[in-house]
Design a protein around this ligand. Structure first.
Ligand code: ADP
Length: 533
């Protein structure tokens, strides 16, 4: 690896400084990356490509974008390289963890009010720059700009929520078991934490973890997905401007080849007390195993295989809209996306036709064109997984009601697009019954009875989200209690919010993010006994 020159950013705060407001626009390094795109930003300095460690973006000696020590970030809409990021490894993990440990010593002792103020300053800056942040998000993920704007707002809701929750971390005074004793509990930040995030929500998954961590008094080392590191780095620039002290928030840029080395270094590091991970189930299990020796606390938000049940008394319009929301948002690349759509016999054909009538209007293409309501799959691997699931279903007897193939004219220009697809006659022998599709394919299964559909819905090792549509309140209650999942949407497909406990059961994960539950994941409960009073 080439030696690094650190772009050292002058700081107005002291070394472990309490958060101090800075007019930092002059302090951020100038933007690195695609010059044409950067020109479209109101604040180009939000476009950073190197890791952020101890309050500084760390660039190599010169602009070495062609260097083999960089990995490329690709726009999946057209296959073009939009940035090159340094390949951080175990050495950078050591630096970032050392910075976070150093910063923890003072950040944990700041008042909750002060941490809240810092988070609110970040939130105000996110609001000020939300169009730039949305553009960066669309540029690296391909998602339509309207969805990117929605994600930035959602991301920001966590900064505001946890600014409030910071001040609500309370202990208790307990009844003593012996006269002359006083007993109490206090809650303390767990310590420096590692936050590992996926590419499907590159902004929101950062703040959903970072905001409660910082609010609790923890410091953080973030490892964003190699496919979408730019939004995470833009949030570092925001944090920098907001006066988040050096070392409190660090972010590594890690290529696919180095990810296991970095993952291992994070898991094995004694100074990191927790890992919060959102991503695939195999990687989550690996992190769980690797963290055993240091007995880290883990929050894992892993894969799902969400059932979406349409009972014959459902309002068809409501069910169709709910399904489109969960199935086609972000081109189906959502961990709570419905995967197995169970439709009751008597309304199966009517529902399929109503769904097709709406889905055929979804227009795919470049996210910057406002006419497009769906973007590409994240990469060729994502595209081929979707295509192979559809092929598997068709070869086993399913019918293609809509779509069913890649979009050749867009893919010829470098994209990774697949047509919004509806499959009918899908059965438990076919791939979507067992695995997440993570793409724009609605697989329609048929069922007859409540008992049968609940059995099929729960016939999976996963349990993140589940959905059901019905007008029968008793049925809605029964079903929401019987479904083995962390979250249930009844007549609703858009169930995420900052205030909810987001998380799964079974092999979908551990812990909850969001609301008051989210900050608990970053706190330790301590019992203190005062004797002989
Ligand atoms: P996907 O297959 O959808 O990319 P992953 O679970 O591989 O899902 O990725 C989610 C996040 O986990 C990304 O930031 C990725 O770089 C990271 N990751 C993957 N493997 C490891 C690992 N061995 N250690 C640490 N992080 C990892």
């Amino acid at each position: 690896m080439l030696s690094r020159s650190v772009f050292t950013v002058a700081r107005l705060s002291s070394s472990h400084g309490a958060a101090t407001a800075r007019s930092a626009s002059t302090l951020l390094p100038s933007a690195h990356g695609d010059a044409e795109f950067i020109k479209t930003l109101s604040k180009p300095e939000l476009f950073q490509t190197a890791s952020y460690i101890n309050g500084a973006f760390t660039y190599q000696g010169s602009d070495s974008s062609s260097s083999s020590s960089n990995f490329e970030v690709i726009n999946p809409s057209n296959g073009q390289t939009i940035a090159a990021c340094p390949r951080d490894g175990a050495a950078e993990v050591q630096q970032a963890v050392a910075a976070s440990k150093d910063a923890f010593a003072s950040w944990k002792d700041t008042t909750a009010k002060k941490r809240a103020t810092t988070l609110l300053r970040m939130a105000d800056l996110v609001d000020e720059h939300k169009e730039d942040l949305a553009r960066i998000l669309t540029f690296e993920s391909g998602k339509p700009l309207a969805e990117a704007r929605g994600e930035i707002n959602y991301a920001n809701s966590f900064l505001r929520l946890y600014a409030e929750e910071a001040t609500r971390v309370h202990g208790e005074v307990l009844q003593p078991n012996v006269a002359g004793r006083r007993m109490m509990t206090i809650k303390q930040p767990i310590g420096p934490v590692a936050l590992i995030t996926p590419w499907n929500f590159p902004a929101a998954m950062i703040t959903r973890k970072l905001a409660p961590a910082l609010a609790a008094g923890c410091t953080a080392v973030i490892k964003p997905a190699e496919l979408t590191p730019l939004s995470a780095l833009a949030f570092c620039a925001i944090a920098h401007e907001a006066g988040v002290p050096a070392g409190v928030m660090n972010c590594l840029t890690v290529g696919r080849e180095e990810v296991q080395e970095v993952g291992r270094a994070l898991c094995h590091h004694d100074d990191l007390r927790k890992i919060s991970f959102t991503g695939s189930t195999p990687v989550g299990k690996w992190l769980y195993r690797e963290s055993a020796d240091t007995v880290k606390k883990l929050s894992l938000e892993l894969g799902g295989n969400a059932p979406f049940i349409v009972f014959d008394d459902a309002d068809i319009d409501v069910a169709v809209n709910a399904l489109i929301n969960t199935k086609f948002r972000n081109t189906g690349q959502v961990c709570i996306s419905s995967n197995r759509i169970f439709v009751q016999d008597s309304i199966y054909d009517e529902f399929a036709a109503a769904l097709a009538a709406k889905v055929k209007n979804i227009k795919c293409g470049d996210g910057f064109n406002v006419e497009n309501s769906a973007g590409p799959l994240i990469n060729a691997q994502g595209l081929s997984k979707v295509a192979s699931q559809v092929d598997d279903c068709v070869s086993l007897g399913a019918s293609v009601l809509l779509g069913g193939e890649p979009i050749k004219e867009l893919n010829d220009k470098g994209g990774t697009f697949y047509k919004p697809t509806i499959l009918t006659g899908v059965t438990p022998l076919m791939a979507p019954y067992r695995e997440e599709t993570f793409g724009p394919v609605a697989s329609l299964f048929r069922f007859t009875s409540e008992e049968e559909v609940i059995r099929m819905a729960n016939d999976t090792p996963f349990g993140l989200a589940a959905y059901a549509c019905t007008s029968n309140m008793s049925l809605a209650f029964r079903v929401s209690e019987s479904l083995e999942s962390g979250m249930v949407g009844i007549n609703e497909g858009a169930i995420s919010a900052d205030t909810i406990p987001f998380g799964g059961v079974k092999q979908s994960g551990l812990g909850r993010e969001g609301g008051a539950w989210g900050i608990e994941e970053y706190l330790e409960l301590k019992y203190v006994c005062f004797g002989n009073i």
